[in-house]
Design a protein around this ligand. Structure first.
Ligand SMILES: [Zn+2]
Length: 237
């Protein structure tokens, strides 16, 4: 079988290959209905206003939460939605590189850090990981400061998930290009905790000193230090 042959695979090939079936569905069904949008995005380039940094968890679906479509979110996801310290070290710093690109080149106006309920990364930060998962163990140290000196009860895990989001926002403020843009009023940070079972995001509100359900919040969240400012210069809260 030659998948690259003109005309593509024949009838019946790929049967039982669910991923292939979905690729074909996208091309045959979704794409034709949104073709112009994709072609505009190619012709004009991408200009997303938001960098979304979310946990890799499969139950967190940024496009559903935000109603965003193609071209609207620049996304980086990792285990736990964690932000490495901007320490100048040489390494394969994927999350760090994405932040640099989003802020310096795309000039995004928002950075969302989105954790969630029942986060396996937060649980693993308490309970440990398989011996072989050396990279994961090291990575989870980025959540260490958010851990509570208690047994990881459901309530403690919930609180830790939220504390971790704030911790990551604080680390983002140590990125020189992030701090500069926040202080210039051209970038706002948002800390979110998505409660899967309720279908609701709780947003960090620096003034309230905690997380507020989006249904009761005055804004889509504030950074750890500075008041969220709308583009007319007026504080949003
Ligand atoms: Zn998670």
């Amino acid at each position: 079988m030659n998948p690259g042959a003109p005309g593509g695979p024949g009838e019946g090939e790929g049967a039982g290959d669910e991923l292939l079936a979905r690729l074909r569905d996208f091309h045959a069904d979704y794409f034709p209905r949104h073709q112009q949008r994709f072609q505009d995005l190619v012709a004009q380039g991408q200009h997303p206003k938001t960098l979304f940094i979310g946990c890799s968890d499969s139950r967190l679906v940024p496009y559903l939460l935000t109603g965003a479509g193609p071209g609207e979110l620049f996304i980086v996801r990792n285990v736990g939605a964690l932000i490495p310290p901007y320490d100048g070290s040489r390494g394969w710093h994927g999350t760090m590189a994405a932040v640099e690109f989003a802020v310096l080149s795309l000039k995004v106006e928002h950075i969302v850090v989105c954790g969630h309920s029942h986060c396996g990364a937060v649980r693993a930060a308490y309970e440990g990981v398989p011996e072989e998962a050396r990279a994961l163990r090291f990575w989870l140290e980025l959540a260490q400061e958010a851990l509570l000196p208690v047994r990881p009860s459901p309530e403690a895990l919930w609180r830790t998930e939220q504390r971790s989001v704030v911790l990551q926002l604080e680390r983002l403020m140590d990125y020189p290009m992030v701090r500069r843009a926040v202080e210039a009023g051209t970038l706002s940070l948002h800390g979110w905790h998505y409660v899967i079972e309720d279908g609701e995001v709780h947003v960090f509100d620096a003034a309230a000193g905690g997380f507020v359900p989006a249904s009761r919040a005055n804004s889509s969240g504030t950074g750890p230090y500075l008041q969220y400012v709308e583009h007319d210069g007026q504080p949003a809260v």
